[in-house]
Ligand binder design. Structure first.
Ligand SMILES: [Zn+2]
Length: 352
């Protein structure tokens, strides 16, 4: 079987290679791969900066933003041949820690969790794959073209859940949200904000390309420039930060309304900047502000994501997928083009 594999921590080792067909022990459901999305984590793995092969193996099948169609499912599994499915990325650690024991493997405390396509378990970038029925999520058949957005939507569904749980510590009726960054995470965070009836503002560096119109067609307001420009009209009750830029993070914390909640979802690279720590502290204390980091997602977030995508306009979602590259031309998926939002590698033979 053909699969897209990499030698973790070895730059330029990405290749389409033959790997053994998936074995029954890898999961009850046999799934034909349709597509995988490419994100920053995949780019880090391909650049040799991140990733772990399965124990005893040199190569890892990459791909954690999955989409497939069930070929075989046992009776009583809740799945049938033809179902559109997405496989969950993370598996609980073997200890397990308290969080993993409570099915909150997204909150794992000992970092011994495993992740398909990233950490010690093969991913989904293969012609077929297996998955445990308990780690497969069924998608509305209408989402065949955009189901690969499910995993990033689960990340965003968790971020919104964190905001709402923290908000619930006192009276909370948010009206305005600022989303920083109009990549897939930012745009999907904006979608979930609009679905909550909020006044949504999205900030990004791009002045041209597809992003301003995609934001506008959602009913949200697009801003480019700094956080200060974006909040000139209304200070946000909630900020979902999806750039990982240190400057944007600190500006966002300073820009919230009283009782503001900032949810950080982007990962920063090392960058030194000067901030007035006293000023920042005063702002957070005197306004009862809260700042939370959020990563990954558990099964409840996948379920929330499936509902959010089913409610969304499929034509709007399709515009987030800016390019589709067949498996044989995988390297094109890792070259950046200015108008890229979500780049997808197609896996089915007929598509390539
Ligand atoms: Zn754990």
């Amino acid at each position: 079987m053909r699969a897209l594999t990499v030698v973790p921590l070895k730059k330029d080792s990405l290749a389409v290679t033959d790997v053994p067909d998936p074995e029954r022990g890898d999961g009850d459901l046999l799934v034909d791969g349709l597509a995988v999305g490419v994100c920053g984590t995949d780019k880090e793995i391909v650049a040799g900066q991140y990733g772990w092969a399965p124990p005893g193996r040199e190569r890892l099948v990459i791909g954690h933003e999955s989409l497939g169609r069930v070929r075989q499912a046992p009776d009583g599994s809740g799945f049938s041949p033809g179902d559109l499915v997405v496989g969950v990325v993370r598996r609980p650690d073997p200890v397990p820690c308290g969080a993993c024991a409570h099915e909150q493997f997204d909150m794992c405390r000992n970092n011994r969790y495993t992740e398909r396509g990233i950490k010690e378990i093969d991913g989904y970038a293969s012609r077929s794959w297996r998955v445990e029925a308990g780690y497969a999520v069924k998608l509305d058949p209408a989402l065949a073209g955009v189901g690969v957005l499910m995993e990033p939507t689960s990340v965003v569904a968790k971020a919104w859940e964190q905001v709402e749980r923290i908000g619930a510590r006192a009276w909370f009726e948010p009206r305005t949200v600022l989303v920083t960054g109009a990549g897939p995470i930012g745009l999907l965070a904006a979608l979930l904000g609009v679905q909550r009836g909020l006044d949504v503002h999205v900030l990004d560096r791009a002045t041209g390309g597809p992003k301003p119109r995609i934001v506008g067609d959602l009913g949200a307001t697009y801003h480019h420039g700094g956080v200060g420009d974006a909040v000139a009209s209304a200070r946000p009750d909630v900020v979902i930060e999806a750039t990982g830029s240190g400057r944007v993070v600190f500006d966002a914390i300073a820009a919230t309304a009283p009782y503001g909640i900032v949810c950080l979802t982007g990962v920063s690279s090392a960058h030194r900047l000067t901030v007035d720590a006293g000023d920042l502290n005063r702002e957070i204390v005197l306004e009862n502000d809260a700042i939370v980091g959020s990563v990954n997602a558990n099964l409840t977030h996948y379920s929330a994501a499936a509902d959010a995508l089913a409610k969304a306009d499929p034509d709007w979602l399709r515009r987030l997928i800016s390019r589709q590259v067949p498996l044989e031309r995988f390297s094109e998926a890792f070259t950046h083009r200015p108008d890229d939002i979500k780049v997808v590698i197609t896996l089915d033979e007929t598509a390539s």
